[in-house]
Design a protein around this ligand. Structure first.
Ligand code: BG6
Length: 509
């Protein structure tokens, strides 16, 4: 289908009626992201006119309590404030609660009955989105039960109704477990029914990467090994792990951020132009990038894959504790809260260009960007006596302060000719003057539309695990990691700086 990037604006025209069922509806994600996303979609007229939402979770509560709780969440977390009471009063009537364990047949039987009632009441025609915001161990169970109880339809059935499943990350824990999960769910679901969510793909600035690269003619001829010295991709966060100690002890930073978000950014920035804007064409090109990443050898692990863990330190002048002191974290934990990788993409376009990736918790500030660092101009005319000119840098700021900047060298006015780097800067906020929709709004909307372009396909996920699993294995074989090895509020461990080699340094965000 045509990708919505091609559509002139956001609208609910031609969107099928449906019921959205959220598994894990009392969890953090529903409150912080999903409920506000639904509210904003509804308020802007983006949801189908015939729509209902069912929260499925283990705790007992009434429809009324559920509605009141999500109202609180929407009031707190919505990007638009304050909540529009008149709209809410009407909208909340479309929300329902269903209490059950995730593995109990009875709960699915009663769910099926509720969904039939809602079809009759809201004319939702049997169309379903099931959103799995549950612990990964429940993914296969919920999917199997939905299938057993006839809630997931066969894609070949002749009626027009459809069922789709959104699966939250993490999709697997390594190559083997991701393959096992895929094998399991593919008994019940066709790939076209699976929407593996990576909320980074729903961010406006991430979608703009394709527009920036392929709707402008000036960059393409420079976008290769002849002109680019290296690429830096950074996902820096000020926050620590907060109350997610259990989760983080299982996952670590590489699985939490790199395997999904950062690999997606890497593939979008490095991919070839797709043959068209269909989900298949775009994802085909992204997979090719991942397939071309050169696996790290045993000898490279220690200097091309650096891990770190934060110790106590200061963030914005406030003292903060180290990772090992966080709630539900072991006092000798060797889980990484920082990772930096040096990867090469062995294809014609990128031969010999290092891609440096770094992500971390408790870094000095929040900032996600992709920076393209160009090769130096020949040093024959304007080379400066004391130091060389800075390279041109094209920085795509994903967040915050979304925008694109270009660093160029410029003559300082006056009779002498010192050269100084200056920045040409485009900022979404000041140019378009509006807050972009939240990633989850876009992704829920796309799923209802049946557009999987901004979701990860099984081969993308598998390929990303292929690259990272050997690194994870190597790290777990190296006991006694020298942790903590960076102070909260610093830019990570020293080894990560050495990784870049002479003449290159990480960008200061
Ligand atoms: C999530 C990770 O996927 O992304 C979190 O689990 C991380 O650890 C978050 O904080 C970052 O998302 P964003 O949109 O704030 O950059």
């Amino acid at each position: 289908m045509e990708h919505p990037l091609e559509e002139a604006g956001r609208s609910s025209r031609n969107i099928d009626p449906c019921v959205l069922v959220i598994f894990g509806a009392t969890g953090d994600l529903t409150g912080r992201k999903l409920a506000p996303a639904l509210y904003n979609l509804g308020r802007e007229g983006m949801l189908p006119p015939n729509f209902a939402c069912v929260g499925f979770a283990r705790r007992g509560k009434s429809h009324r309590q559920f509605r009141d709780e999500i109202k609180e969440d929407v009031s707190t977390y919505s990007r638009t404030k304050p909540i529009e009471e008149r709209f809410w009063d009407h909208f909340q009537e479309q929300f329902f609660y269903h209490q059950s364990d995730f593995d109990q047949d009875q709960g699915y039987k009663t769910l099926a009955a509720l969904l039939n009632q809602l079809d009759a009441k809201f004319a939702t025609r049997g169309n379903r989105v099931f959103y799995l915001s549950v612990q990964p161990k429940y993914f296969p169970i919920v999917i199997e039960k939905l299938k057993q109880h006839g809630l997931i339809y066969d894609v070949n059935e002749t009626s027009n109704r459809w069922s789709r499943v959104i699966i939250e990350k993490p999709f697997g824990h390594d190559s083997a477990s991701a393959a096992e999960l895929q094998r399991h769910i593919s008994h019940s679901l066709d790939e076209s029914q699976i929407y593996r969510i990576d909320h980074y793909l729903g961010k406006e600035t991430v979608q703009n990467l394709l527009v920036f690269r392929f709707a402008n003619s000036i960059f393409e001829s420079l976008w290769n090994y002849r002109h680019i010295d290296h690429v830096q991709i950074t996902v820096a966060e000020e926050i620590g792990i907060g109350t997610r100690g259990h989760f983080f002890e299982e996952e670590g930073l590489l699985r939490d951020i790199v395997q999904n978000h950062m690999m997606q950014l890497l593939s979008l920035v490095a991919m070839e132009p797709p043959v068209n804007l269909s989900a298949t064409a775009i994802r085909d090109e992204k997979v090719k990038v991942l397939q071309s990443i050169r696996p790290l050898t045993e000898a490279e692990f220690s200097h091309s894959a650096v891990r770190g863990q934060y110790g106590p330190g200061f963030i914005n002048g406030q003292k903060v504790i180290g990772y090992r002191e966080e709630q539900n974290v072991g006092p000798t934990s060797s889980v990484e809260t920082y990772a930096a990788l040096k990867l090469y993409i062995d294809n014609w376009r990128w031969a010999g260009v290092p891609f440096y990736l770094r992500g971390g918790k408790r870094l000095p500030k929040r900032g996600t960007e992709i920076a393209i660092i160009f090769k130096d101009a020949p040093g024959v005319l304007f080379q400066q006596r004391s130091q060389k000119n800075e390279p041109n840098v094209l920085a795509m700021r994903i967040q915050p302060d979304e925008g694109i900047s270009m660093k160029i060298n410029c003559k300082v006015p006056g009779p002498s000719s010192p050269i100084q780097p200056v920045k040409m800067d485009f900022r979404y906020g000041s140019y378009f003057g509006q807050t972009p929709p939240e990633a989850y709004e876009r992704l829920i909307w796309d799923c209802i539309l049946g557009d999987s372009t901004l979701f990860a396909r099984s081969d993308e996920v598998a390929q990303s695990w292929e690259i990272l699993t050997p690194i994870l294995n190597y790290w777990s074989s190296q006991k006694n990691a020298p942790f903590p090895n960076y102070a909260a509020g610093s830019w990570g461990p020293q080894e990560a700086n050495l990784m870049l080699g002479e003449g290159r340094s990480w960008r200061i965000l």
